[in-house]
Design a protein around this ligand. Structure first.
Ligand code: ZN
Length: 121
């Protein structure tokens, strides 16, 4: 977690207080969410995304750290159950929409494999 970024956010937007982060979903990822009168703040690991609640910026969001507009990548995730010799299971594939900052983060892989460990038992 980038504490610097969180500190900057709390100073600039939350009058020096720590934002109250709540677990939330944005796109198809789990994020931590905080908000003030004007914006939603989504924290995804090291990166914080800002989305205006209303106004011209309503439909777009940007990266708090660098100001770059957030993009969504589509990722096909196949789910497998863990087995003794490689993954087994139905390998059901779901299309996920994953937000990312093109400057601070890598574009999400087009495919990923999720192994649910221990779900056989
Ligand atoms: Zn960025």
């Amino acid at each position: 977690m980038s504490n610097e970024l969180v500190e900057k956010l709390s100073e600039e937007k939350f009058a020096g207080k720590n934002p109250e982060w709540k677990e939330a979903k944005w796109g198809d990822i789990k994020v931590l969410c905080a908000w003030d009168d004007k914006n939603w703040y989504y924290k995804n690991g090291e990166v914080i995304y800002v989305q205006a609640k209303e106004g011209p910026g309503n439909s777009t969001s940007h990266c708090y750290g660098c100001g770059t507009e957030i993009e969504f990548g589509a990722q096909r995730q196949s789910k497998w159950l863990e087995e003794f010799d490689g993954p087994v299971g139905d390998g059901s594939v779901k299309l996920k929409h994953i937000p990312y900052c093109p400057t601070c983060e890598k574009e999400p892989e087009e495919t990923s494999v999720i192994v649910e460990e221990g779900s056989l038992y």
